[in-house]
Design a protein around this ligand. Structure first.
Ligand SMILES: C[S@@+](CC[C@H](N)C(=O)[O-])C[C@H]1O[C@@H](n2cnc3c(N)ncnc32)[C@H](O)[C@@H]1O
Length: 272
């Protein structure tokens, strides 16, 4: 059973119910369908889910990544299950969200639905301001701190000596250039180069995170990241197991026609 089933019946939002509740979304709901090839429809649906399902105010500046909520929730719920399995769910659960985006999706959902506390990092000024607005609009400042970081910083310079987190999570920029960002036939691509592209793509980003994690093995129990391509998952798993730690987990998140993966690694020495 999908982890998100506890939040959505059948693991997905009820579009018809949302269209009845939300005046703006109702304008786009025609003959029982929403046209996900249109950016404004995706944004309107996401805003309506945040508001009517979870009581959260949500907005993004133009051109920023609009998150698919079920798959983002799936990632959070998988982390919750991982911590529960290890019996380390004593609150407050503290997470580090690397690259939170203007949408600030993981801290908003994690704080509101699971009671998690977050430090959320962001390198892009407009995304940082957007994330801050989402936190302030929901009075979540006591649970979520957004930090502006410098280009190239992932963990180093962010995690300090006595900091302690149950987990780090990340939805990294997947692509090495914009031509790699294939167009999904049924869903418009939201987000621009700043959010989607990093030099060397996701392998390089996650490998750097893994290399830096050695230094913070005492500060963070589980290091995790989304991976956008299956072939990259294999490369990263081998790299981490051979060079960083043998304690590696992986899972596949499947939502509709899209598959993503999570890779997680840990240093057994860390005690929360
Ligand atoms: C694919 S987006 C993910 C946004 C959001 N977490 C989500 O899941 O929709 C990646 C984000 O990471 C940010 N980013 C890139 N490099 C970063 C770094 N070294 N530290 C923090 N944020 C970074 C980008 O500006 C972008 O907002």
């Amino acid at each position: 059973m999908s982890h998100v089933s506890k939040f959505f019946r059948d693991g997905r939002p009820d579009f018809e119910k949302l269209a009845q509740l939300d005046d703006e979304l109702s304008k786009y709901y025609r003959r029982g369908r929403l046209d996900f090839r249109k950016e404004r429809v995706c944004i309107s649906l996401t805003r309506a889910i945040f508001l009517h399902e979870f009581g959260l105010q949500w907005s993004i500046p133009p051109g920023h990544l609009c998150p698919a909520i079920p798959s983002r929730l799936e990632y959070l719920c998988w982390i919750e299950a991982l911590l529960k399995y290890e019996n380390i769910l004593q609150p407050p659960i503290r997470g580090l969200d690397i690259g939170t985006g203007a949408n600030c999706v993981y801290p908003l959902l994690g704080a509101k639905l699971l009671g998690f506390h977050f430090i959320a990092t962001e390198v892009d000024e407009e995304s940082y301001q957007g994330a801050l607005k989402n936190v302030l609009d929901n009075n979540l400042s006591s649970q979520v701190e957004v930090r502006k970081v410098s280009q190239g910083q992932i963990l180093r310079g962010i995690v300090k000596g006595t900091d302690s987190f149950h987990f780090a999570m990340c939805n990294p920029p997947f692509f090495s250039d914009m031509s790699e960002a294939s167009v999904h036939p049924f869903r418009v691509k939201t987000g621009d180069e700043r959010q989607m592209v990093t030099s060397g793509g996701e392998v390089s980003f996650i490998a750097q995170m893994a290399e830096e994690s050695v230094e913070f093995s005492q500060n963070i129990r589980w290091f995790t990241s989304l991976v956008g391509r299956k072939k990259d998952l294999g490369i990263l798993q081998r790299y981490i197991q051979e060079n960083i730690t043998t304690e590696v987990r992986r899972t596949c998140l499947k939502q509709g026609r899209t598959s993503r993966w999570i890779i997680a690694w840990s240093f057994k020495s860390h005690k929360v």
